[in-house]
Each structure stands twice: as structure tokens, then as C-alpha cells.
Design a protein around this ligand. Structure first.
Ligand code: PEP
Ligand code: MG
Length: 574
């Protein structure tokens, strides 16, 4: 029976495929058939992973300091015991042989069985041990990732599958970069959560905040994901299916047409040049940046290098990643944001949740509390600055003393490089993100102490309207046209222009074509967005005449309710 569910559209386009229900991408593995003659090699690959994880856990147990809490050693012992239990170390070998499948698939089948057994236990303490099974399995999967299965195995038909999950973390979403799913649907999450931003960055139709999709949709059912309107149609009627297939073809043809303006300079009809830069999460995103025709990277969310791993990336590893991006952009600006960990992006050993993580020890606050981690990153960025045009961007600043401390740490990192006689760009620019209302309201100190500003509208909206961006129960209150938000954005752009300090917008507002003219009218000349939105925004810029925009944008700013602002905005865009 056909039915429709609603959520928030998080990624453009329409996807049609078969539902694939998952719990967590971390444990989402491809299913391969292994040729009979290679099955014993696959079993050996699994055994090697067990040995590697055992060595890892034993190493960790040896390194537990004598004064560490007893629970730590006990927890490692438990994981070692589970690893060596026949249910986890022997049964998957039998499954590889009997199912003729890859080791990861066999292991996850057995994990699902074991978790099901734990869930039946009445005792709450024992029931929760299912989390330990999952953690041991995660370690094994990671060990196997380092040693991929033999070729000849064919991946499942991912490009026809729509992932349906209750919740996906940004770290889960990063793992999807290695897959080719057709679309995503999650029950939880807001439109500017990092999970939704990443779905957009994958250029894949997605809907978040659907509430009961995981419960109501069955594995394998045909579903339509309308990522523009946030509509999920399950088991569609043939006529509906045909209509969406037609729309899908139209969208694809529009996308192809947009490619024609890839190398056209982004100038308004009256000849004003506008910088259109790209946001990236990982060095490999640079390929997409180049295809989009972006003239720089306006936001490199460097913390994504820190996710999905147990350790922190070393200075050299970070240096290589930053250098790669700087060199690939061939002299165009690359704005590297220093670590914005905390809130929904957590890493083992570095992030601390606290009762309200979005308001807690996040971003620059965490970096100042963990100076070694911060200095390591600063040294890596500075070293890479020798190989291109790198700019440093500090997130979540609110206080003058935070700017001063961050600048002092940068000076310290430079001094270290001087002592080591390592080259770096001595004129490297340091900018700050304006994403806490306090920063937008007290701009003077930011303008005096920094070289450029970048408005992070996602957090600016979160903190101005007091809505957790990851919480779908309040995502209907997310509104970039709220007068308070527009005032802060317009004030920041205008004050920066007056004080002659470059300013960009790098939050999701910059990639929303409905807001391009409004931002131009406020005086914005630098936009940074995900590469997938760049050509559509460029088309808006090319069609815009600045002449009357400032006056019309001023009218929207004076509108005291978002409904009126929306009506005026429609007129502005007509
Ligand atoms: C923002 O807050 O608008 C921003 C660009 O940063 P992030 O989305 O990574 O928090
Ligand atoms: Mg932010």
C-alpha cells in the first residue's frame, strides 16, 4: 500500500530506489561473493584482523596508567574476552565458508544475532553489554578495512538503494563517501545538522526528521525521496512513479545545462565581481571543487580529518592533507578552519560532551583547553602555507580574550617553525567566524584584531533562535528570514564593508539560491558553499542587477515578521 511521509528536505533532487534499513553506517558493510577458491584466503583475512585487534587491546591494557580507574582495565579485559569467544571469533569463519561471502558481511551477520540475544536478557547491566559486542566488531571491521578483500568480488547494487536510518552521525555520513547510495532518509536531525550538510555535500537527495521512516518502511520496498520538498513516498502508484521519473530527468537536464557556466566569471549584470568559494570536509573533495568552477576554498572543515578513528592525526598527516589542498588549488585561497570538534562531531579522547554539547566545550573553546592538540594543528597548517595561499579561520569566537589566546598560540607555532627553520607564509591571514550572536553584536574587537571574517549562519541561527540544529523537534523554528537573524547578518556585512575588512558567508544561507540576491543587496561579495550548489548560485549572480537590490533588501530587513519578509523576498527574486 502506498503512503507518504514528510520531513525536511536536506539534499536537492529526487531519488528512486529500494529501501535499505540500517542501524549505523559504522557497521554498514558491503556484501561480496567470494569465489570458492578464495574462501580460505578470506578466512585468513578475518583471522589476521582478530590477531591485530587482540594485539591492539593488549597494547592498550599495558598502557593503562597505574592510577587509572579500575573500570578501564576491566573494560579492556571484557573486550579481549569477547574477541576470543568462539561466538565472535569462530562462527564468522564458518559463515564465510557456508555463505561464500566476505568476512565483514559474515561478522556483521553474527553481530546482529548476538545483539539480538543480548536484547532478550532481563538484567539491564548484561543487556547493555551488546554495546561492547558492537565496539569489538567495529574494531575488527576497521582492521579489515586496512586489508581489503580480494578483487573479483562485486559490490552490492548500492546506487539503487535508499538508506533509511533512525539517526546518522556526521561520522557515519563520512563513511558514506566511500559508498554510492541513491538517497538517504533519517528519522532524526535538522536541516543544518552536519549530517544534513554532508548529505548535501554528497550531492544526494536526502530527507531528515521523518520521525517514523525506520519503523514504517520495509527493507526492499520501492521509495521515492524528494529531497527538495522533504517528501518520502513509499510503494508509489505507477502514475506517481512516472511523474517523479519525469521530474528526475528534468532536474538532471537542468544540472547538465548549468555546467555551461562553469568557467564564466561570477559577475553581476552591472559588472560587479563576486567570489564564489567552496566548502569541503576532506582533501579528496577538491576534485568536486575544481569541477564546480569555485575560485577558492572558503571553508575547509578540518575536524572531519579527526572523525572515524581512535587516535588523533599526527602533525605530518595533517600537513600532508592541508598541503594537498593548497597545491591542488594552485594559488587560489584555501581557508582552513581550525578544529571545530565538540557538539555533534566527537572524537575519542579529545571531545567532551557536557550536559549541553552545542553550548559546551566546542571549537576554539576545546582547542584552548587542549593546547597540544591545537598547536599540532597550527604547526601543520603553517607548514602547508608554504605550498599555496592558505588562510586560517578560527570558529566560534565570542570573547576578545579568545582571539588574543588563539593569536598567541599561532605566534607560538610560528616560533617553533622558526626554531626548526621550517618555511611558512609569514603573512598568513587569520580570520574569525561570526557565528555566535555576541560576536556579531560586538564586531569592533574582531575587526581590529583579525584579517577577515566569515559568517557561519548555521550556528548563528542556532544560537540566535536557541534551537539545537541537530534536533528535528525544533527544526520548524529554524528560519534564516527571522528579523533577528537578518539584522545580525546584514549588520556584520555592512560594518565589515565600512571598516574595510573582507567578509564572507560560509553557512548554508550562502548556498541557498533564494537568498543570493538578498545577500548581494546587503553588500555581500564573498559566498562559500558546498560545490554542489555553486553553479546555481552563480546563475543567480549572473542574472542580478545590483542597482535596486540594496533598497529592496533594506525593505526585507525592516519587515518585522518572517512571513512579510518572505513575500518581499519573492518579489526580490521575481
Ligand atoms: C556555520 O555554523 O554556519 C558553519 C559554516 O560552520 P558549521 O556548519 O561547520 O558549524
Ligand atoms: Mg559553525
Amino acid at each position: 500500500m502506498s503512503f507518504t511521509l514528510h520531513g525536511a528536505g536536506a539534499g536537492g533532487g529526487i531519488a528512486i530506489g529500494h529501501a535499505h534499513l540500517i542501524s549505523s553506517a559504522r557497521l554498514e558493510v558491503a556484501h561480496y561473493t567470494i569465489p570458492a577458491e578464495d574462501l580460505e584466503i578470506e578466512v585468513m583475512r578475518f583471522s589476521a584482523a582478530v590477531d591485530k585487534v587482540r594485539a591492539e587491546l593488549e597494547g592498550l591494557r599495558r598502557s593503562v596508567p597505574a592510577d587509572a580507574p579500575n573500570e578501564l582495565g576491566a573494560f579492556l579485559n571484557l573486550h579481549l574476552m569477547m574477541l576470543d569467544d568462539a561466538t565472535l571469533s569462530h562462527v564468522p569463519r564458518a559463515l564465510i565458508r557456508s555463505l561464500g561471502c566476505n568476512a565483514e558481511w559474515a561478522l556483521v551477520q553474527q553481530m546482529d544475532y548476538l545483539v539480538g540475544q543480548f536484547e532478550k536478557i532481563d538484567d539491564p547491566y548484561l543487556r547493555e553489554r551488546k554495546a561492547d559486542v558492537t565496539q569489538v566488531v567495529e574494531r575488527l571491521l576497521k582492521a579489515m578495512q586496512e586489508q581489503p578483500a580480494r578483487a573479483g568480488a562485486a559490490p552490492a547494487r548500492e546506487h539503487q538503494l535508499i538508506v533509511v536510518a533512525h539517526e546518522l552521525s556526521p561520522a557515519d555520513m563520512m563513511l558514506f563517501k566511500q559508498h554510492q547510495y541513491a538517497g538517504f532518509v533519517t528519522d532524526l536531525g535538522g536541516v543544518t545538522s552536519h549530517t544534513a550538510i554532508l548529505a548535501r555535500s554528497l550531492g544526494i537527495p536526502a530527507i531528515v526528521g521523518v520521525h517514523s521512516a525506520r519503523q514504517l518502511v520495509s527493507e526492499g520496498e520501492v521509495v521515492i525521496v524528494d529531497g527538495v520538498h522533504g517528501v518520502l513516498i513509499v510503494d508509489p502508484d505507477p502514475l506517481v512513479l512516472e511523474e517523479y521519473q519525469k521530474r528526475q530527468r528534468e532536474l538532471e537536464s537542468q544540472r547538465q545545462k548549468l555546467k555551461r557556466i562553469r568557467s564564466t566569471p561570477a559577475t553581476t549584470r552591472d559588472g560587479t565581481a563576486v567570489d564564489l568559494h567552496a566548502n569541503i570536509e576532506l582533501p579528496q573533495d577538491i576534485e568536486q571543487v575544481r569541477e564546480s568552477g569555485a575560485t577558492g576554498v572558503g571553508l575547509f572543515r578540518s575536524e572531519f580529518l579527526f572523525l572515524n578513528r581512535d587516535d588523533l592525526p599526527s602533525e605530518d598527516e595533517q600537513f600532508e592533507a592541508y598541503r594537498h589542498v593548497a597545491q591542488a588549488m594552485r594559488g587560489m585561497p584555501v581557508t582552513i578552519r581550525t578544529l571545530d570538534l565538540g557538539a555533534d562531531k566527537t572524537v575519542n579522547g579529545a571531545a567532551r560532551g557536557g550536559p549541553n554539547p552545542a553550548m559546551g566545550l566546542r571549537a576554539i573553546r576545546l582547542c584552548l583547553a587542549e593546547p597540544q592538540m591545537f598547536l599540532t594543528q597550527l604547526r601543520a597548517i603553517l607548514r602547508a602555507s608554504h605550498y599555496g595561499k592558505i588562510r586560517l579561520l578560527i570558529p566560534m569566537l565570542a570573547h576578545a580574550h579568545e582571539i588574543e589566546q588563539a593569536l598567541a598560540m599561532i605566534a607560538q607555532a610560528k616560533q617553533f617553525l622558526d626554531e626548526q627553520k621550517l618555511p611558512y607564509d609569514r603573512g598568513i591571514e587569520v580570520g574569525g567566524m561570526i557565528e555566535v550572536p555576541a560576536a556579531a553584536l560586538a564586531l569592533g574587537v574582531f575587526v581590529r584584531k583579525l584579517d577577515f571574517l566569515s559568517i557561519g549562519t548555521n550556528d548563528l541561527i542556532q544560537y540566535t533562535l536557541a534551537i539545537d540544529r541537530t534536533d528535528d523537534s525544533v527544526s520548524h523554528l529554524y528560519n534564516p528570514l527571522h528579523p533577528a537573524v537578518l539584522h545580525l547578518v546584514a549588520h556584520t556585512i555592512k560594518t565589515s564593508a565600512r571598516m574595510q575588512i573582507p567578509v564572507a558567508v560560509c553557512g548554508e544561507m550562502a548556498g541557498d539560491v533564494a537568498l543570493t540576491r538578498l545577500l548581494l543587496g546587503f553588500g555581500l561579495r564573498q559566498f562559500s558553499m558546498h560545490p554542489a550548489s555553486l553553479l546555481a548560485v552563480k546563475q543567480q549572480v549572473l542574472k542580478s542587477e545590483l542597482g535596486d537590490l540594496a533598497r529592496l533588501a533594506g525593505g526585507i530587513l525592516r519587515a518585522d515578521d518572517p512571513e512579510k519578509a518572505k513575500r518581499l523576498l519573492d518579489k526580490l527574486n521575481a
